[in-house]
Design a protein around this ligand. Structure first.
Ligand SMILES: C[S@@+](CC[C@H](N)C(=O)[O-])C[C@H]1O[C@@H](n2cnc3c(N)ncnc32)[C@H](O)[C@@H]1O
Length: 448
């Protein structure tokens, strides 16, 4: 059996060349790449190795010898240990600049495309923005405490948090209260997860319980909910078992005021985590699409109608397509609630090979002028070739993963003849290296 190479103990000094896509500083030691946590480009640092790999090594900063001008003091005492954030040591303005550079890099390298115009990156508040989250919980006998938080950066342990600066303060300031609650339960070692869901109003916490709570546990949950002004739901099995405690059920929802739209959702539904940024994102998408009253617009991966209903306020007709039947139900109910009659919804698996259904689009023989695509991380490859035939000339692509956007941009531009008119990053997750972006494509009219 090969023995693991021991980590060098002496700290190494190095100059940091650039930032990796996950927010680590890159340097080279004797030609080998080293990814250094906590280091920024332009800095001279001392670091210690944390992991040796065949093609690259990993390390963490022990001392910053020459700091980058955009280095700032991390706001959170848990930064560096907690895996929830990776960029708190970088000025927020520089963070979004870095995200725009990552987008530029992948579009060039993977997509072999360049936008005709760069959009100014979209950014909103940098702290307390997160309204959806899944926190881990663990009773740790040795400490005599229940830890509640995100996983540690470099281990699978739950970080021992006293607060979280990126969670909305309603939850971020109540981590110790949640921990105290769990600690006092008879099933304190049977609750591995707490899910957070909130819109503009109330906040729901869903406690995953692996054993039935006792009557006294239920009393403690109720007392906690009342004292903290939070709404407690329990989940005993799969998502279908999620139930509010008596009197705790609440309607979640958020407004898109520029479009006169209010969207209701269930606690486990997909919603954008950063509502402030979401509002800017929806506005920008609609402006880029230049929706006219006579337009027929296709909204693929539409969820509960976040873009569909604002689109319907401006367009003649909108069709939203989504794979999750529950979200489609919510989208239809949201259309009714907002008295929107020109939006239809269809449940379809957009990743199913269209050849399996005779080579036609899952949305049928519809003819559309414009489209909005907002796929998950895996992108929208499977639907791209169907867009020109559906009549789509103007297309806004909202992406949560730059590499798949770049791959799809290559197909749209170099394969299908669209122009990449504009692109830009969006800071949906400040303090993390997560990059969201938006791109506008247009199909030039053929000269007849
Ligand atoms: C990034 S979310 C966007 C949702 C919505 N546009 C919004 O802004 O809230 C991606 C959506 O794609 C849906 N989805 C994932 N896989 C799918 C598939 N194979 N077919 C159709 N929709 C899918 C998810 O359920 C989710 O609602």
């Amino acid at each position: 059996m090969s023995k693991k190479k021991p980590l060098p103990e002496i700290p190494i000094e190095a100059d940091i060349e650039s930032l990796t896509h996950d927010g680590r500083g890159l340097t080279h030691v004797e030609g080998k790449a080293v990814f250094v946590h906590g280091a920024l480009p332009g800095e001279r640092v001392r670091f210690r190795y944390t992991r040796l790999q065949k093609r690259y090594d990993e390390a963490t900063v022990t001392e910053v010898l020459v700091a980058a001008p955009d280095r700032v003091a991390p706001r959170c005492p848990h930064f560096g240990v907690c895996g929830g954030c990776s960029l708190q040591h970088l000025d927020p303005g520089a963070q979004i600049g870095m995200k725009q550079e990552i987008l530029k890099d992948v579009l060039t390298r993977i997509g072999k495309v360049a936008p005709e115009t760069w959009l100014t990156p979209l950014a909103a508040g940098h702290w307390g923005y997160r309204r959806k989250a899944r926190l881990g919980a663990k009773w740790v006998q040795k400490r005599g405490r229940v830890l509640v938080g995100f996983r540690e950066r470099s281990a699978s342990f739950i970080a021992d948090l006293t607060r979280c600066e990126t969670l909305h303060p309603t939850v971020g300031e109540r981590i110790p209260a949640i921990s105290d609650l769990l600690q006092n339960l008879s099933i304190r070692d049977q609750i591995p997860q707490v899910e957070v869901a909130m819109g503009d109003g109330p906040c729901v916490l869903i406690f995953r319980v692996l054993a039935a709570p006792s009557a006294s546990d239920l009393g403690l949950f109720q007392a906690f909910a009342e004292a903290q002004g939070l709404h407690v739901y329990l989940q005993e099995g799969g998502p279908e078992t999620i139930r509010p405690l008596p009197g705790q059920g609440v309607e979640l929802g958020f407004d898109l005021p520029a479009h006169g739209v209010h969207l209701d959702f269930l606690p486990t539904d997909f919603t954008q985590v950063n509502l402030e940024l979401n509002r800017l994102m929806v506005d920008q998408a609609l402006d880029l699409l230049e929706v006219q009253q006579e337009d027929r617009v296709l909204d693929l991966f539409c969820g509960l109608g976040n873009f569909t209903l604002p689109l319907a306020r401006r367009a003649g007709q909108v069709l939203g397509v989504e794979g999750d039947a529950g979200l489609v139900d919510r989208a239809r109910a949201n259309a009714r609630r907002n008295a929107i009659a020109n939006a239809e919804f269809l449940t379809a698996d957009l990743y199913r090979d269209p050849a399996a259904s005779g080579g036609t689009a899952p949305w049928g023989a519809g003819v559309f002028d414009k489209a909005l695509l907002d796929p998950p991380r895996s992108g929208a490859w499977e639907v791209l070739d169907l867009l020109p035939a559906a009549g789509v000339r103007r297309l806004v692509y909202v992406s949560c993963y730059p590499s798949t956007l770049a791959r799809d941009a290559d197909r749209l531009v170099n394969g299908l003849g669209y122009r990449l008119v504009a692109a830009g990053a969006m800071d949906m997750f400040p303090q993390t290296a997560h990059v969201e972006s938006m791109a506008l494509f247009e199909l030039p009219r053929r000269r007849g």
